[in-house]
Structures are given as C-alpha cells and as structure tokens.
Design a protein around this ligand. Structure first.
Ligand SMILES: [Zn+2]
Ligand SMILES: [Zn+2]
Length: 157
C-alpha cells in the first residue's frame, strides 16, 4: 500500500516566468495520471497529472491568466487556465463541476509529495507508458472520481 506524506499546508506554486503564483490551503482530493489523447497533445508526452481540489482551497495570488476552452469527450467544457505571459498551464476548471478545480501538480514549488494513485484513459496509453496494475485504473473517463478520491484518502491517512 502506497503511503503519501502530505505537506504542511498552505503550499504554493506558479508558472515558469514567475508572474502567476497560487496557494493551496488544504489537501487535494486526489492525484492521478491521465493518458487521454488531449493530455498527450497538451503535454507533448505520454500523459499528464491531474490534482482535483475543492475550489475554495486554491487562491490565485497574482499574475494574469488566459483561458482556453476545450470540449471534453463527455461533451462538457473544460476551461484551461495558463499564464498570459509564459503559457504555463496551471489549472483547469471543469465548467460542469464548479465546486472543484484540477491543478497541474507539476507547477507546485515542491511537487515531490504529489504521487499519483491511479490512471485514467489507460486504453489510449502509449505502448511504453507503464501502468501500475495494483492502482485504481480506468480505461476511459471514470463515471465518477470517487474511487480515485477513496484511494487517495487511503494512501494519505
Ligand atoms: Zn508565467
Ligand atoms: Zn487527459
């Protein structure tokens, strides 16, 4: 069983150029990998990491953001927010779920604790992307994220 040591909150993060800074005031709901084709294109890599968090736990401290709206496979819209100066993608706002945000954990000042506990869209993983079969994995979009949240809770307590 994976054990994840959460940091002492609040913690902060930001973009490459330093214009945008944010603060997270409490634990996220989960951290997991997404192997969908959009994440492959956006990251230019095998997958991206997603860190859903209650919206009121993320404070945008400074820096101008630019929004790009992306249609998701579900037909819903995901608003992607990036630094207006350097383009670093910082978090997504799923417009269908206004109570939460999905932060890009690689933008944390110290991302070392943000260990993924599962994988989604494994059906489109690239052949060399290794999936830990003991984790909570879904071939596509999970019907709901609760099993990922439960795995994160179990790993962090
Ligand atoms: Zn920037
Ligand atoms: Zn994805």
């Amino acid at each position: 069983m994976t054990e994840i040591a959460l940091p002492a909150f609040p913690v902060e993060g930001g973009c490459i150029c330093g214009a945008v800074r944010y603060r997270i005031t409490g634990a996220p709901l989960a951290v997991y990998n997404c192997h969908c084709r959009d994440c492959q294109r956006l990251s230019g890599a095998t997958h991206s990491m997603s860190m859903p968090i209650a919206r009121d736990r993320l404070q945008h401290l400074r820096g101008e953001l630019v929004a790009h709206d992306k249609p998701a496979d579900s037909g819903r819209t995901v608003r992607m927010l990036a630094c207006a100066r350097c383009g670093t993608k910082l978090w997504n706002e799923p417009l269908a779920s206004p109570a939460m945000l999905v932060v890009k954990p690689g933008t944390l000042d110290d991302p070392s604790w943000a260990l993924p506990i599962g994988n989604i869209w494994t059906a489109s993983r690239l052949p060399w992307a290794v999936i830990d079969e003991t984790q909570v994995n879904f071939p596509g979009q999970p019907p709901d994220r609760q099993p990922l949240y439960d795995a994160w809770s179990a790993a962090t307590t």
